[in-house]
Write a protein that binds this ligand. Structure first.
Ligand code: IMP
Ligand code: MG
Length: 180
């Protein structure tokens, strides 16, 4: 697995110290609120596990499952919701956590669906990575781990064709592995 990685972009220690900072900010911002974290499966798994353990507040955790990729490294542009029911977020202050903000279509679709089908008190978003590129939907994240260039990355939850999620760091795949 490691031999498919061209370079390590963000080391695990760097990720964890950034999560310390984000958790401290979230703890301040939600100190007197009813926080519900909605994690977007599967990519945000590692981040949520490490982030939530750093937030000393009472909170609820829910998850949703969406797909916008059908293999490969390009989004299909169409976001489908895979789970049968939406988390109950009525009256709650919701923090959506996703792995990466790329085209923005996924996050925009989630915000739209949760905001129109339920009555959350507020919705904010948190992403580990934000890619520097043009967004196809007018959306940004409220909490951002790292801004990165427009390259395909894997590890720490992020996959290429469902692999590499268990790498402990964020890395760039060798072009020949990604089929480029
Ligand atoms: P968006 O809808 O284009 O913003 O894409 C968001 C989703 O695409 C993320 O939740 C990821 O699952 C996936 N994605 C986008 N860029 C990357 C990448 O560089 N590596 C792995 N997955 C990615
Ligand atoms: Mg993915």
């Amino acid at each position: 697995m490691q031999q498919d990685i061209a370079k390590v972009l963000i080391h695990q220690t760097t990720i964890l110290s950034r999560l310390d900072e984000i958790a401290a900010q979230v703890a301040l911002d939600y100190a007197d609120k009813e926080l519900t974290v909605v994690m977007v499966l599967n990519g945000s798994l590692m981040m949520v596990a490490d982030l939530l353990r750093r937030i000393p507040l009472p909170l609820k955790l829910d998850c949703i499952s969406v797909s916008s990729y059908h293999g490969g490294i390009k989004t299909s542009g169409h976001v489908t919701f895979d789970q049968l029911s939406m988390p109950d977020i009525n009256g709650r202050d919701v923090l959506i956590v996703d792995d990466i903000l790329d085209s923005g279509l996924t996050l925009a679709a989630i915000i739209d669906k949760l905001g129109t089908e339920m009555q959350p008190r507020s919705i904010r978003t948190c992403v580990l990575l934000r890619k520097k590129r043009e967004r196809l939907a007018p959306v940004d994240a409220d909490y951002v781990g790292f801004d990165i260039g427009d390259e395909f990355v894997v590890g720490y939850g992020l996959d290429f064709e469902e692999r590499y999620r268990n790498l402990p760091f964020i890395g760039v795949l060798r072009p020949e592995v990604a089929g480029l």
